[in-house]
Write a protein that binds this ligand. Structure first.
Ligand SMILES: *[C@@H]1O[C@H](CO)[C@@H](O)[C@H](O)[C@H]1NC(C)=O
Ligand SMILES: *[C@@H]1O[C@H](CO)[C@@H](O)[C@H](O)[C@H]1NC(C)=O
Ligand SMILES: *[C@@H]1O[C@H](CO)[C@@H](O)[C@H](O)[C@H]1NC(C)=O
Ligand SMILES: *[C@@H]1O[C@H](CO)[C@@H](O)[C@H](O)[C@H]1NC(C)=O
Ligand SMILES: *[C@@H]1O[C@H](CO)[C@@H](O)[C@H](O)[C@H]1NC(C)=O
Length: 416
């Protein structure tokens, strides 16, 4: 063995002996767009910041907790802690000093190349990041850091292939869509420009009552313009030059509905005094319409509006139990009004404080923003699931009484 390769091998063994232990990569689930570019430096070394388990180490998130998997295949491979950058950020690579002697370069590779680690003979010149190999701290040229996910792998010039041991890097570059023009204020000053870990870009998250891509719109109903218990429905204008408007819907008399109120009966079943329940649990003093026609969430919401009501908002355990019992016999699940909007669960503009998820945590609440109540629920009272709003389910509409609820009205008036 020649002296040089002997030294290389020893240095390598030393390096490898330092690999191990669990590296938890530094992460935040949500990041805010920075107006100035950031300088990032990646240590190109096997002795630190090498992770292998996709979720628990590299992304430092519990895959079963909250954050969705968003189509990621959780590959188990050793790699340098993956990076996420803003478009325009600067990225430097700082190699382990002992790597100088082996001579190595970085290659821009495909996902497959990243997983398999390319042999030097399979790497073309045009994939190499540095003209004369990686010596000392070097900047990765911006042309390699366009918007999207990039994979860089180690390519040895003389020494052994170390990519398998972790010398490979996943860099995702994100742009922002938070300004209408490059001179506009971010999110019109009414929100934050944020990106969650699996989002492809930064988007506005508007503060109430603003909405729209750049938080440029205001909900006309937020000023509560309707009087005499009328409910307000905002109407989005389809044209740029026409302002949004709203409509006040006047309360109608209960008999106009195909309704079902089970408050009295539920009270009897639960052997509690109905009057007390009705007073304490105002939510039960409402009228419910269970409509077994399958439609998407938007259509269900519109349907309730034409019925002069709203999609049901569950506000108490008693109400949850009442509604789940009513739908237990149905073959399909039912839409509720709770939806994920502006970073929180809300129902008709009111933040959802108590939730009854059927599973411990909600998955993918960025895509599956609407909620259904399970009709064949085995985990009462926890019968909620969040789903894609474009799917079709039955509908539960609810209407609160305009005046204080009278006990006489609490008797079932079913016409189901
Ligand atoms: C982790 O990242 C945050 C910002 O993203 C930074 O402020 C903090 O210093 C980092 N911690 C370590 C140990 O690198
Ligand atoms: C980097 O590699 C990917 C995958 O092979 C390729 O699509 C991309 O164009 C390459 N980037 C540059 C700047 O050559
Ligand atoms: C690379 O990182 C992105 C997120 O920035 C992730 O979605 C992707 O699955 C990662 N790729 C691999 C092979 O781990
Ligand atoms: C911002 O840019 C737009 C289009 O580039 C231009 O029409 C507008 O006048 C600019 N506004 C200011 C305040 O510079
Ligand atoms: C619901 O269906 C209507 C047309 O039937 C469609 O315009 C609307 O976008 C759909 N909503 C969702 C959330 O998919």
């Amino acid at each position: 063995m020649k002296l040089q390769s002997f030294v290389v091998t020893i240095a390598l063994l030393l390096q490898l002996s330092m690999v191990g232990g669990q590296t938890l990569c530094n992460r935040s689930l949500v990041s805010e767009w920075k107006t100035q570019p950031t300088v990032h430096t990646v240590k190109w070394s096997l002795s630190q910041d090498i992770c292998s388990s996709f979720f628990t180490e590299c992304w430092n998130i519990d895959p079963y907790h909250g954050s969705s998997t968003a189509g990621n295949v959780p590959l188990r491979l050793s790699q340098i802690c993956p990076l996420q950058l803003q478009l325009g950020d600067l990225l430097f690579v700082s190699p382990e000093p002992s790597f100088q002697s082996y001579g190595m370069n970085l290659a821009n590779v495909s996902l497959e190349g990243f997983i398999r680690c390319p042999q030097p003979r399979d790497v073309h010149r045009h994939q190499l990041l540095f003209d004369h190999g990686l010596s000392g701290m070097r900047q990765i040229a911006p042309k390699w850091l366009g918007v999207g996910t990039h994979y860089f792998a180690e390519v040895p010039i003389r020494g052994p292939l170390l990519c398998h041991f972790g010398l490979r890097l996943n860099v995702t570059v994100k742009s922002q869509a938070c300004q209408k023009f490059s001179n506009s204020t971010f999110c019109s000053g009414h929100g934050k420009c944020l990106s969650r870990i699996w989002d492809g870009a930064y988007h506005c998250h508007c503060s109430h009552p603003y909405s729209g891509q750049f938080c440029q719109e205001i909900d006309k109903c937020s000023s509560k313009p309707c009087h005499n218990s009328g409910s307000c429905i905002s109407r989005k204008s389809q044209r740029e030059d026409v302002e949004d408007s709203y409509e006040c819907i006047c309360p109608a008399s209960f008999t106009e509905y195909e309704i079902f109120s089970g408050a009295q009966r539920l009270a009897e079943e639960l052997a509690v005094e109905s009057i007390k329940i009705i007073e304490v649990e105002a939510a039960i003093g409402a009228l419910y319409l269970f409509n077994p026609v399958a439609r998407n969430w938007t259509k269900a919401k519109e349907f309730c509006e034409t019925e002069k009501s709203t999609l049901v908002c569950i506000e108490s355990t008693l109400e949850e139990m009442f509604v789940t019992r009513e739908i237990a016999k149905h073959p399909k699940d039912f839409w509720m009004g709770h939806n994920y909007y502006n970073d929180k669960w809300e129902c008709n503009g009111i933040e959802t404080k108590i939730a009854y998820w059927s599973v411990a945590t909600v998955t993918n609440y960025f895509k599956d923003r609407c909620t259904i109540l399970l009709s064949r629920c085995l985990t009462t009272p926890n019968c909620w699931t969040n789903v894609d709003c474009s799917l079709d389910y039955f509908t539960i509409c609810e209407r609160k009484p305009d005046n204080k609820w009278h006990v006489e009205n609490a008797a079932p008036v079913s016409k189901l």
